[in-house]
Design a binder for this molecule. Sequence first.
Ligand code: SF4
Length: 493
Amino acid sequence: MTLKTPEQYVDSLRALKIRAYVNGAFVEGSVVDHPAVSPHVNTVAKTYELAHVPEHAELMTATSHLTGETIHRYTHIHQGPDDLVKKIQMLRLLGQVTGTCFQRCVGLDAMNATYAVSYEIDEAKGTDYHQRFLKYLEMVQREDLMVAGAMTDPKGHRAKKPGEQEDPDQYVHVVEQRPDGVVIRGAKLHNTGGINSHEILVLPGTAMQPGEEAYAIACAVPADAEGVIFVFGRQSNDTRKLEKGCDIGNTRFGVVGGEALIVFDDVFVPNDRVFLNGEIEHCGTLVNYFATWHRANYGGCKGGNADVLIGATALMTRILGTDKNTIVKDKLIEMVHLTETTYASAIGSSALGYQLPCGSWMVDPISANTVKQNITRNVYEIGRLSHDLAGGFIATLPGTDALDNPDIAHWVKKYYAANPDYDVEERIHVGRYIENATSVTTMVEAMHGAGSPQAQRIPMLAQANINAKIAMAKDVIHGKDDVPGLPLPMNDL
Ligand code: SF4
């Protein structure tokens, strides 16, 4: 089995004994059937479904460099710029089909980062982490598993490093080294898709210093391993997932990724699932590799999401009867311009990728960071333009239960009517979708996912090579030309 069907993905999740709490209550039975989680399961199921659609096979699948088998691109190690470009194209496609976050990219980037760094540790120290990871990866590819990457620690007091925290569990750490494995304790926050994954790939969330060896741990844990507990996060308007009618927004696929707090309450991890254990000097590289791939992604997935939002906004202008107005058209153009700018940067970052020592391929770092930096602004600006064109009613509209009450339904229909080609329910449905797709949860995810804005600006300064730019400026201003310049034109005035 190298390409699961969506039904096989859902059935395989149902077979797991995932311990999860949603709205404070333990989920009896499977998380798959919980209405707060099921939209996010549906989104991931789409990633499995499209791999079986012939017209999308080139983007959704790849050839394993380990086995030569056809595998899902979400389990693939990038073998060249072509793979990197196809990944971004795949993300845009999935963003267009679901209008939300499809979650599997975090695990993909975590696997690529672990693949590269386990190789580098082995080269430097003669360990066997890479061989262990290759066996793990082969299993993931063969069974087409969903792997969630888990990186962000709670971090406690932000002015203190992992080893300085009053509570040592603020960063995931090893509490016991055993001959057959390790026991880990701590938690990871903001975890995308972990609650509906088969596997959790735990990575350090920051560079480590001498004395912090216990915090330098990368390992793979089954999502239903003993001691793993998920506490599901709330989202804007999330109780609408329980409703019917036209108030629901994107209830089929949900808002962003269905994030959770994952607690690791003394979880045993056998040696064959441990890929870094105490090598502090490699933690920074692992974080950096992961973040760089993931930052480029945003030009793809958010581009696809923006396509759906642009479509909903343009439809709303038709419903309102404003679509012929040139100012309205110009604002739609601006939404397209912002979307295509970030997508082009992500494609460029991929096309300009370079080969890592392990043989896999990394995106161009400065353009990847630029993609994510633009996303922290452009998603807000695209949402602002959508609000501008959709109108204030998305914030003041009565609930659709008003349409069920014969005392007031006729007034709601009368006073929310616009272009007679569209009924009021359609206006409400599209308006609620726009409200949903531009919600606080969506915006905050665009701001902080793959690192907060400053996390991109710091490496951008290093990657921009300002000293080289100063040298360029000096050459242009003061340098001696080897080729004589052309005479300046005479000024007749
Ligand atoms: Fe993938 Fe985008 Fe979601 Fe990250 S935010 S997991 S890149 S869809």
